[in-house]
Design a protein around this ligand. Structure first.
Ligand SMILES: [Zn+2]
Length: 248
């Protein structure tokens, strides 16, 4: 079963009201159209009828595949600084959904599911690209650490595998200042042994399997201001929300 929700936002270009459906939960095994939309980067993208501008709406979306036994929860990009708490909460929630609350047949296969927490839909897409190519995402994240080690500008930014072909992995890079880059790495560069000088102990410990755990310091989420759907107020902190304006 897939769940979509109707959203209404204001167009950033002309201000007109834009309506469309966003993914809350997508069963990718049953919805080839949603799987294709994730690959073509059209998930949660709304188009303004008045001016033609398109924009991707940030919200939390879950993608599961019962045949492949894959479960990805994609949180909004801005929530990445809370990765530690979200990874733990997601692991507990999936344990509940696939375990305690699930029918017996699903419960039996729960340990064989691959569960991942990602930030942004490009990162959700990346996981499918990696798995469809028959690769391990843990090995790919370790490869990023090795390949970007001498390039702090890219190491501190985001890096996603955008495609894999017979010979190589093609990465899209975005630096913290927004500059874009690209990197092609041959398959044989996937590391097999420990990476010298890198403490990678946490990489496979919870559903946030990402090189970013080494560069993004985890901050606790303020439950008052934190909206899991990511619909609003991602930029506001709890202090601002607690401040009640005085009537003049
Ligand atoms: Zn518009």
């Amino acid at each position: 079963m897939s769940t979509l929700t109707l959203a209404r936002v204001d167009c950033a270009g002309c201000g007109a009201a834009v309506e469309g459906e966003l993914v809350v939960m997508a069963n990718l095994g049953a919805r080839a159209d949603l799987r294709a939309a994730l690959f073509s980067r059209e998930i949660n993208v709304l188009r303004c009828e008045a001016c033609g501008r398109t924009a991707q709406v940030q919200r939390t979306s879950a993608f599961m595949d019962f045949r492949r036994r894959q479960w990805i929860v994609a949180y909004p990009d801005w929530a990445e600084r809370h990765w530690a708490e979200l990874a733990e909460a997601t692991a507990m929630s999936v344990t509940r959904n696939l375990g305690l609350a699930a029918p017996a047949n699903l419960r039996a296969q729960a340990p064989s599911w691959t569960v991942r927490v990602v930030f942004g839909l490009e990162a959700a897409r990346e996981k499918l690209v990696i798995w469809d190519a028959g690769l391990e995402d843990l090995a790919v994240e370790r490869l990023k650490l090795v390949a970007l080690a001498g390039q702090p500008r890219w190491l501190m930014g985001r890096a996603w595998v955008s495609s894999v072909d017979d010979g190589a992995l093609h990465l899209r890079l975005v630096a913290p200042d927004g500059a874009e880059g690209a990197l092609t790495l041959p398959h044989q560069s996937l590391p097999t042994g420990p990476i010298p000088g890198v403490d990678e102990l946490g990489l496979g410990l919870d559903p946030f399997v990402s090189a970013r755990r080494l560069t993004v310091h985890p901050e606790p989420a303020d439950p008052l201001s934190f909206d899991l759907d990511g619909r609003a107020h991602g930029h506001r902190n709890g202090e601002e929300l607690r401040h009640v304006p005085q009537e003049g």
